[in-house]
Design a protein around this ligand. Structure first.
Ligand code: TEU
Ligand code: CA
Length: 558
């Protein structure tokens, strides 16, 4: 790793899904003033950077990922003055803020698209992808991530437009240099306001294959794959973005890049590539996918051996050449403790701490998703009417109502396990009405376990998940080994224990995590010599050669 550590290499990022964080104006929707009100909570936790999901004007077809004005704050969330106040208050506390950059697509209510669809010859026409298709047939067989064809026929000019997400999210045509310049101008405007970087939404999808050819048919589907990732010009575009914008500021960038490998990441986030600082890869979040072509709609558990291999491949694959992002969950996934740990009351706290240890002692920049520091759990909704997410509702309609591939009960179990709404239930602050999130009806149901799981209880309990996260963050800030050390995976084939070593300048840390509810016997005394020093653990004294349910510990061996 380069001699000088970049600030974002020692940083811990906290993701705020604003809509569900804190309501301050009694409309049941989180807002910018709600974040400002909790900056001291975040500072006390020890995080360095806040990643804000989109806060821009939007019709909310996809909860803000359909932007109709990149330089206006969504009315639901407050005003630009509220944002300026938040940014200043964060900076006053030494906290940074990165924004969510969504430039693979806009809303169909964006002025660019409204002009583009007016006629076939205006200057905005090829800000987007338009095609006559083949009569009634769409121009190609791509499907949209939220169901149906990726092409929508538009009567006004009698052509189809491409939307790889919802019909209200038309894809931007990055082949058009004027479009690219318009994006760079907008980015520069936010950076000149003082924001500290960007998380870039599906950024490896901005370069489409020339001619937009059919994709290979997907199982159970008449569609081919629209997720054209890592297209032919993606690196050219990102290097241009870096040269025109990013390189002129001391900022942090992370690209959301579904479908990349460690080798791809060396291009997107290589220290010498002049593109991005790091990427979100999702290989570790696909290991529990359906094995019958239903993608994420599955109730399977993640096999630990496969998980360890993916994580180790990324750690070793990027070491010294690029930088990892580290995360168990975000606003698109189930919650970590329910998916990878055990959210039954007897095991929730221990397994939440164990997952935190496993992730935060790896090399890379860790991302904490709001509520993860409390051990918040999935929603466990039992009624379809409880769901709000377009992806979940469209999937139910597609797989149950339209194609009868799944029974209602089966799909409800899969929604409960994988819906994005699991991570979007309101932040649980205290035992007041609606968990202190809002005194109005929240836009999404509050998890009823807020009476036991909430920030106020956590701050009052020295043994809470919250203080455990605070301790892990302190270790990262205090010991360069966490940032700079190499990683060696041990016991790679052990299906129950995740054991790895971190080494740096002759110092070795051993990280041990029991991923099961069982008490295990393992020959650990070979490592835990009398001079070994325990740095953190989720139980008290270790028992020789024993690992209790979800037990974790970190020892400094030398
Ligand atoms: O997500 C990209 C994406 O592919 C997701 O739709 C993901 O595949 C899915 O949620 C897995 O269940 C980004 C944003 O994070 C997501 O919230 C947006 O819906 C999407 O892009 C479109 O902007
Ligand atoms: Ca509000």
């Amino acid at each position: 790793m380069a001699a000088t550590i970049k600030w974002w290499q020692q940083a811990v990022v906290y993701q705020v899904y604003l809509r569900s964080f804190q309501d301050t104006n009694h409309d049941g929707i989180g807002d910018l003033k709600g974040i400002t009100a909790h900056l001291d909570y975040l500072k006390q936790l020890g995080i360095d950077v806040i990643w804000l999901n989109p806060i821009y004007r939007s019709p909310n077809d996809d909860n803000g990922y359909d932007i109709s004005d990149y330089q206006q704050i969504a009315a639901d969330f407050g005003t630009m003055a509220d944002f300026d106040e938040l940014l200043q208050a964060a900076h006053d506390r030494g906290l940074k803020i990165i924004m969510d950059l969504v430039v693979n697509h806009t809303s169909d209510e964006h002025p660019w698209f409204k002009r583009s669809r007016q006629d076939r010859t205006n200057q905005y026409r090829d800000f987007y992808f338009w095609s006559s298709g083949n009569g009634k047939k769409a121009p190609n067989n791509w499907d949209a991530a939220f169901g149906g064809s990726a092409w929508q026929y538009d009567e006004q000019t009698q052509q189809y437009y491409l939307h790889t997400f919802s019909t209200k999210q038309p894809d931007l045509n990055w082949e058009n240099p004027t479009l690219r310049e318009s994006v760079y101008t907008m980015m520069t405007w936010w950076l000149n306001k003082g924001v500290d970087g960007f998380r870039m939404d599906v950024i490896n999808q901005i370069s489409k294959l020339p001619g937009l050819p059919d994709g290979p048919l997907k199982p159970h589907s008449q569609f081919g794959d629209a997720r054209v990732t890592n297209g032919p010009r993606v690196h050219e575009f990102l290097q241009e973005m870096n040269q025109e914008v990013l390189s002129q500021f001391d900022i942090m960038t992370v690209g959301e890049t579904h479908g990349v490998t460690p080798a791809d990441a060396l291009k997107y986030a290589g220290a010498d590539q002049h593109e991005l600082d790091m990427v979100f890869e999702f290989q570790h979040l696909r290991l529990d996918n359906s094995q019958h072509g239903l993608g994420k709609w599955s109730t399977r558990k993640t096999p630990l051996v496969a998980l360890k291999k993916v994580i180790s491949d990324w750690q070793v694959g990027l070491e010294g050449r690029a930088w990892n992002s580290l995360f168990w969950n975000n606003h698109d996934t189930p919650r970590a403790v329910s998916r990878f740990g055990d959210d039954r009351p007897a095991y929730r706290v221990r397994s939440a701490k164990m997952l935190a240890t496993c992730l935060h002692l790896l090399q890379g920049t860790p991302y904490i998703y709001q509520g993860e520091e409390l051990g918040m759990t999935d929603a466990h909704f039992t009624e379809l009417a409880s769901y709000r997410d377009i992806e979940s509702l469209n999937a139910y309609r597609d797989l149950v109502t339209e194609r009868q591939l799944l029974s209602p009960a089966d799909m409800m179990a899969r929604l409960a396990a994988r819906s994005r709404d699991n991570s979007r239930t309101p932040m649980q602050w205290d035992t007041e009405v609606n968990a202190g999130f809002s005194d109005a009806a929240p836009w999404l149901t509050v998890n009823p376990n807020y009476r036991q799981i909430n920030a106020a209880a956590a701050l009052a309990d020295p043994d809470s998940v919250w203080y455990y996260y605070q301790h892990l963050i302190q270790l990262r800030h205090q010991y360069p080994l966490v940032t700079l050390g190499s990683l060696e995976l041990l016991w790679a084939d052990d299906p129950q224990v995740f054991l790895y070593a971190r080494q740096w300048e002759g110092r070795t840390w051993l990280v041990c995590c029991n991923f099961t509810a069982e008490t295990l016997s393992r020959p650990l005394d070979q490592y835990l010599t009398p001079t070994a020093k325990c740095l953190i653990s989720n139980y008290g004294e270790q028992q020789p050669n024993k690992l209790r349910p979800y037990e974790d510990w970190v020892y400094q061996l030398a």
